[in-house]
Design a protein around this ligand. Structure first.
Ligand code: 9D3
Length: 242
């Protein structure tokens, strides 16, 4: 899978390409990342990429033309690399909140273009003309789209065949099942006077499985009742359409 990212801070992406599970996937050639700096596509001597907002107000807005030039170059490079270009996604606080189902759909693409905004945002005409979809990673304020884009990349890459080791399998993970994960414990058996739940030492695999399921349910009810509502609604919809 190929990622093309448009960013004023391309060096930030080393965080995903050089570390951990995602770093290993890039190293082994399961995916590649190409960073494009809109500053290099600015035509004036000062390499200007932002300007003041029409209508007034605080901050600056990213200009359409340097981004459009970068996206044209990406489209050409993608077509050269493997035929039809992939979707263009803008990371934006106004985007649709990213969830597991969307991550899985994105992992089925051969190429993804991720556009990272800085400042107050991106000229709307660029979004209307060149962006297929806007994605947010949650209801909190970041300083720019890069960390959001890296969240997308990390979440997608771990789903690529061969990215996870045998012991890790992405299939049976939290969210795939729609529930939060159960608590985990490792040695020592007693740490600062606190013991590991006895059932986990019992060797009764059925009792362990039941304990983990009930802990998952307890945590989900306490912290994320919205996930349970979503699960019930999904199942009801399935039954009504089967
Ligand atoms: C006062 C209006 N703000 C919008 C909510 C201004 C603003 C805040 C943060 C404009 C841009 C940004 C930069 N954030 C992102 O580019 C971003 C983001 C985020 O801030 N939160 C969650 N997901 C994302 S995806 C991209």
């Amino acid at each position: 899978m190929r990622f093309d990212v448009v960013s004023l801070f391309p060096a930030m992406f080393a965080a995903v390409t050089e570390h951990g599970v995602s770093g290993r996937a890039f190293e082994r050639g399961l995916c590649s990342l190409h960073a494009w700096n809109p500053r290099e596509f600015a035509s004036d001597p000062h390499r200007t990429v932002d300007d003041r907002p029409y209508g007034g107000g605080p901050g600056m807005v990213m200009m359409a033309e340097p981004l459009a030039q970068a996206l044209s170059a990406i489209r050409i490079a993608q077509q050269r690399a493997c035929g039809a270009p992939g979707p263009v996604i803008l990371l934006s606080p106004q985007g649709r909140p990213l969830r597991d189902a969307r991550v899985r759909a994105l992992a089925a693409e051969r190429m993804l273009t991720l556009v990272c905004g800085r400042y107050e945002g991106v000229d709307q005409r660029l979004i209307d003309a060149c962006v297929d979809e806007e994605v947010s990673v949650g209801d909190f304020v970041l300083s720019g789209g890069e960390l959001a884009a890296m969240s997308v990349i990390d979440a997608v890459v771990r789903l690529l065949p061969g990215a996870l080791g045998d012991s890790e399998s992405a299939q049976q993970e939290s969210f795939a099942e729609g529930l939060l994960d159960c608590p985990h414990y490792t040695r020592p058996e007693i740490w600062r006077g606190v013991a590991v739940p006895e059932v986990l030492l019992s060797g009764h695999h059925e009792r362990i499985r039941a304990w983990r399921a009930s802990e998952s349910m307890r945590l989900t009810r306490a912290r994320r009742p919205d996930l349970l509502t979503a699960m019930v609604m999904d199942r009801t919809a399935d039954e009504l359409t089967s």
